[in-house]
Design a protein. Sequence first.
Length: 197
Amino acid sequence: MDVVNFDALIAQERKILASQVDLDRDYFILGHFDNRRRDFKATDYPIYAISARDLLAPAINNKDRQFVNANTSTSTTSLVYIDLPGITLTTTELDPILLGAAGNYQLQFSCDYSLSDATTSVQFIVNINGADIAASAISEGLSAGVYRTNLIWQAAPLLAGIIIKIRFKVTPGNPGSNVSVYNRTLMIDGVNNLTVV
């Protein structure tokens, strides 16, 4: 029967919150335009069911927000870029219905580090699927011999399954100079590039 009395549903308080919608078991009623002639036709909009997942998943899952952090100290004397242990993320799918969506991403890395001597420096870089990319914004601070750095990158377009990691190296002031990295966090924030923010 293609009749739904919304007034009655509301009067009976048969309402749910958006947070109560189960994407895998719930359906919405949709009046689907169909102007074909039939016997006993009452409307050009017969009622059909559409799954909650098909309707809501693109709106819910069109973003990729992840972070990873590590608190154990790690040191290096490497003169070439090497991976910073424990700081790797992989992008996820931004369109669960059509698949293959590209995303616009902001990547942010922060850490505390100390240098073995005043003439040594450290460089951090993001590696996206094997390609090293310098930071687009950098801020540094020093407190009681420990530096705090914050780096930001803009990256687009990125597909699902792209590996993002932080790499680092030392420019030594003396033979054997090193850097020790402490609390470190990598955050990625991606949105389907077809989404208007």
